[in-house]
Design a protein around this ligand. Structure first.
Ligand SMILES: NC(=O)c1ccc[n+]([C@@H]2O[C@H](COP(=O)([O-])OP(=O)(O)OC[C@H]3O[C@@H](n4cnc5c(N)ncnc54)[C@H](OP(=O)(O)O)[C@@H]3O)[C@@H](O)[C@H]2O)c1
Length: 304
């Protein structure tokens, strides 16, 4: 039987699209957003998500709680849910962490929530928020991972990777390195092409050499206007994961710097409908006008 009441922490861009789909297929979607930003609260309202009065109430009511926050908040949110689930005396609750976190963070979250008797499932999402019913895939791992397959009943695509409590996070780390790497590399090179007055020519040449590649990455580059900071954090997770396993990531620090420079432009505009605005050319123009990759801009960021 599919979960009937699903708690989502929080209704960000991804949470909004989950909520819309789950609600459209009959699930009750809950959240706790009293301490969240007005944008998140409005998104919850727009998606018809009910905000409970407390986290304890959320844990008492939901059959499943999904964490889709920013990776840096994943452990904090898990600890709060563990405490609230303990207070609500919920032993059979499933906690699904779908954030892009390192396998080490996933293991820590597993320990924290298991101590409260909550069943932890590690997860990740591959694909963009607006494509949750059009090709995006939710991966799950851990002893209880097969329970997440029930979300298939709501039009979400779910795959189980295995029984390890951090396999899904490890999978996302190496996948994210490719997507963020392509975004960072394209932005860096296209800023140069713009400076040399060769933007249209190089885009045409890239497409002749690698048909469809830039087009595929374009909407993620537009998404950098909102998500560059979070994606830079993911590159930090990649480095820490490699270090944990006795390896060194050499590309990730560079990608992190490019994405971090975009976040420093402070052009982040969030949408209450979880939608992305702008196209590739507008986004490149915006980055260029803000001095992205210029020595002056990089020096001023370094001195902050
Ligand atoms: N967006 C995508 O297309 C996409 C694709 C694949 C995977 N993901 C994964 O989905 C997750 C969320 O991404 P997103 O794009 O939805 O990010 P987002 O739009 O920035 O939303 C993040 C949400 O988390 C909330 N949040 C932040 N700190 C919190 C805390 N301490 N406690 C509770 N809630 C907190 C934010 O609330 P405030 O507004 O109050 O800050 C916001 O509602 C990430 O782990 C990401 O890797 C996203």
């Amino acid at each position: 039987m599919a979960f009937a009441k699903i708690g989502i922490m929080s209704i960000g861009e991804m949470g909004y699209h989950w909520a819309k789909l789950l609600k459209a297929r009959g699930a009750e979607v809950l959240t706790y957003d009293r301490d969240r930003s007005p944008v998140t609260q409005r998104r919850a309202e727009n998606a018809g998500v009910k905000s409970t009065g407390s986290l304890t109430e959320l844990c008492s009511s939901a059959d499943l709680i999904v964490s889709i926050v920013v990776p840096s908040a994943a452990l904090k949110v898990a600890a709060e849910i563990a405490k609230a689930a303990g207070e609500a005396d919920r032993k059979n609750l499933i906690y699904f962490d779908a954030n892009a976190i390192s396998p080490m963070t996933a293991e820590t979250i597993n320990r924290v929530v298991s101590e409260s008797g909550v069943n932890f499932v590690d997860g990740c999402i591959i694909g963009s928020a607006s494509k949750m019913d059009k090709g995006a895939v939710i991966y799950a791992s851990g002893p209880e991972a097969s329970r997440i397959l029930e979300l298939g009943g709501y039009g979400l695509s779910v795959q189980v990777l295995g029984s390890g409590t951090s396999q899904a996070s490890a999978f996302k780390v190496v996948y994210a390195g490719l997507t963020k790497g392509l975004q960072g590399l394209f932005v860096e090179l296209l800023m140069g092409a713009k400076r040399f007055g060769l933007l249209d020519e190089i885009i045409k040449r890239y497409d002749e050499s690698f048909p469809g590649l830039l087009e595929k990455v374009s909407s993620s580059i537009v998404g950098l206007r909102i998500h560059a900071g979070r994606r830079a954090e993911e590159m930090d997770e990649l480095q820490r994961t490699y270090a944990h396993y006795g390896m060194q990531a050499l590309m990730a620090p560079a990608i992190q710097k490019v994405l971090g420079s975009i976040a420093d432009l402070e052009i982040r505009e969030t949408s209450v409908k979880g939608a992305r605005e702008g196209d590739l050319m507008e986004t490149l123009e915006l980055f260029y006008q803000q001095g992205l990759m210029s020595n002056t801009r990089l020096a001023s960021n370094a001195s902050k």
